[in-house]
Design a protein around this ligand. Structure first.
Ligand code: COA
Length: 330
């Protein structure tokens, strides 16, 4: 019996209305548009409104993805939300999203934390769960309200991140050779402290002192992260191409995690694939972690950058440190 293919049936994305430019940031911390743009390629990022929750952004992106796929929330029996910024630590934000969206109560709903690689991990999870035959249609969401965990007094991190959401409806198709061809996931847990929130978790619950010290905010050793990011993303891309006997020039479009334009340029150089084959929107969003790839994927599809028969490579890297790549034939 032929195995069914796991396919993306529709995509959607959402970004909060408020835009924070580099010039705005220069009034908040000691920085400049020139410094931020030359180091990262970022010009501006979207910031959630007061009271706008991670779940609200996710619902907006999910509605757009469902409309694109021509399905409704009632058609979903699996909801996976990749995020590091759920509305609350408990319960899973996927359950809040289920309720707000009207996904049936017999749908499986859970969160997944693989930071900026979260969407690729979630796509692979959805693929495995659909392929086993127990689920029919998944909604996979990558969403972040990073503005809630960024230290707005720390110029080394606050200039890099933004808020937003992206979503994909994933289902099964009898057509062979299309959809998610494969994934390559991994992690370097030994480097976890390079990008983390030091306190506020179960190993070190928040105290008045830890909050006063800002240890409940995101901390990053940027230079070290940069080096590992380039190496891990290049390897993840090379490995999956090799596994599928593909050359880099057979990839129609690469959708990399949008953390830093220089990281993307380095990968373009190492893979010997011109920048025109990379979808880049980091300048307008900054790093939106789990949301970055699904937002870029949705924009690329809507801009006509992906045609039927094309192969797209997703490649990601994030806190953990996690990495992942995925190949999709449309
Ligand atoms: N504005 C002005 N100066 C800043 C600054 C800012 N926003 N942030 C840091 N600096 C200063 C530092 O204090 C340091 O000064 P010092 O040399 O006097 O100590 C200097 O700039 C560091 O500059 P540089 O070495 O040129 O930085 P960089 O080229 O390593 O770029 C990052 C910094 C963070 C942009 C870069 O390391 C990076 O992008 N890393 C990866 C981050 C990432 O993608 N993380 C997410 C992964 S999912």
């Amino acid at each position: 019996m032929a195995t069914a293919s796991t396919v993306i049936l529709g995509t959607g994305s959402y970004a909060p209305e408020r835009i924070l430019t580099n010039t705005d940031l220069a009034t908040m911390v000691d920085t400049s548009d020139e410094w931020i743009f030359s180091r990262s390629g970022i010009r501006e990022r979207h910031i959630a409104a007061p009271g706008e929750a991670t779940s609200d952004m996710a619902v907006a992106a999910a509605k757009a993805a469902l409309a694109d796929a021509k399905f409704t929330a009632a058609d979903i029996d699996l909801l996976i939300v990749a995020t590091v910024t759920p509305d609350q630590t408990v319960p899973a934000v996927s359950c809040t999203i289920q309720h707000k969206l009207g996904v049936p109560t017999n749908a499986a709903c859970f969160d997944l934390n693989a930071a900026c690689s979260g969407f690729v991990y979630a796509l692979d999870t959805a693929c495995a769960m659909l392929s086993c035959g127990r689920y029919r249609r998944a909604l996979v969401i990558g969403v972040e309200k990073l503005s809630s965990i960024v230290d707005w007094k720390d110029r080394t991190t606050c200039v890099l991140f933004g808020d937003g959401a992206g979503a994909a409806v994933v289902g099964l198709s009898d057509q062979p050779g299309i959809g998610l061809l494969g994934t390559r996931l991994g992690a370097y847990g030994d480097s976890a402290d390079l990008l983390c929130i030091p306190r506020g978790g179960s190993s070190s619950p928040a105290t008045l002192e830890s909050i006063a010290a800002g240890d409940h905010f995101l901390k990053m050793k940027g230079k070290e992260v940069f080096k590992i990011a380039v190496r891990a993303m290049e390897e993840a891309a090379r490995d999956i191409l090799e596994q599928h006997h593909l050359r880099a020039d057979q990839i129609g479009l690469v959708i990399p995690h949008q953390a830093n334009l220089r990281i993307i340029e380095a990968i373009s150089q190492y893979l010997e694939l011109p920048m025109e084959r990379f979808y880049v929107n980091v300048g307008r969003y900054g790093n939106t972690s789990s949301a970055s790839i699904p937002i870029a994927l949705d924009e690329a599809r809507r801009a006509g950058r992906i045609k039927s028969g094309d192969i797209t490579l997703l490649v990601a890297f994030g806190a953990g440190l996690t990495y992942g790549s995925a190949l999709i034939r449309w």
